[in-house]
Design a protein around this ligand. Sequence first.
Ligand code: TYD
Ligand code: MG
Length: 417
Amino acid sequence: MTEQPSGTGASAAALVPTPVLLGDASIATPPRVPTTIAELDRVLGGGLVEGSLVLIGGEPGIGKSTLVLQALAHLSAAHDVLLVTGEESIAQVRTRAERLAVDCRGVGVVAETSLEAVVAAIETLRPTVVAVDSVQTLASDEADGAPGSVTQVRQAAAALMRAAKTHGVTVLLVGQVTKDGGLAGPRLLEHLVDTVLIFEGEETRAHRLLRAVKNRFGSTDETGLFEMRPFGLESVTDATGLFLDPTGDRVGSCAFPAVQGSRALLVEVQALVGHTEVVPPRRVAVGVDRTRLAQVIAVLTRHAGLRLGDQDVFVSVAGGVKVADPAIDLAVALAIASAHRGVPVVHGMAAFGELGLTGGVRPVGHTARRLSAVAAQGFEIAVMPRRATDAVPESPDALRRVEVDDIARALEVACAR
Ligand code: TYD
Ligand code: MG
């Protein structure tokens, strides 16, 4: 026992908090307000939780301001909402609003960059939802540094968090992220806020992906899909074929049924392999984990006899999708083998399975959903592990299942020379 500090006793007993049993029915679940934007609600886990602080990060121009304004417009049909604009003038916001297919007339807007003024507005107006665009424009009199500096951004997020919790106001915080994920991006505020959503996509394509990287009120598996249209962002509900190259049958390409949350998505893994004098050769991964790529290359070298020691290997998932699912290994391996050998994989084929270091193709989950996604896209052959971690139903009609035990066999069936 450590020595009791002086002045304890009766006064200390008065400080003891009373525990609540988790089984207690009186613990209320905080209510949710659906934004009625299907893909946003999907990522949030069913809507905005009252009194929560949601950070929406993304590179400039990706569509953060558009998404936030659309969400407020939808919410304004039944709730009081407030947009705090620090980056754009009210006239600029109005110009954007006029483009959008949704009615924005009920959205209240203030052009404000003083943190104290924003907090006062929240306390006085008590909107159901307030959006601040962006956190980098706010400055407090009580903190040092210019707007956007680490101190100012932290101060702003903390003050808004307090206001949100105290008054049950939901706060949407827009955060600019630079190309290198830099200053005042989600990293800096991640521990403070309840939810971090990242908005991403490729500049050259209209599709946008919204991912939760942190969610105190839901899963982080879900991905929201949008298309940027002349009249705003549109939810994409059927995404099965969105990220596939319609021409198909290219050297270095392999289709993969990815499972992200409640959705199965067919994506295209692309590989480029070429001789290099650079030592060590380049291994570049876009949309897949770099370490996994290195591992797949090692397995191909050791267990399938591919000579990749003096070859640059580039692998990318088309359309800016990021896949964390280890089942992508087999498709990555087949795309690399196809690129290396200069022959396309078998026509109408998709592949999934995790690769073990010993060259085995290991079982993965969600087999049934993967197979139906593959069949729905008109593919004829699924190259896959022999065993599954879950129950596997009958194959959908017209889909041939080729079950493989190891990478050597997978190459024989998928990409023979
Ligand atoms: P914006 O929401 O301003 O991005 P962010 O706030 O993340 O910087 O959106 C920027 C781009 O979206 C801009 O290049 C124009 C385009 N856009 C459309 O294509 N359609 C639209 O209806 C709107 C409002 C914007
Ligand atoms: Mg903006």
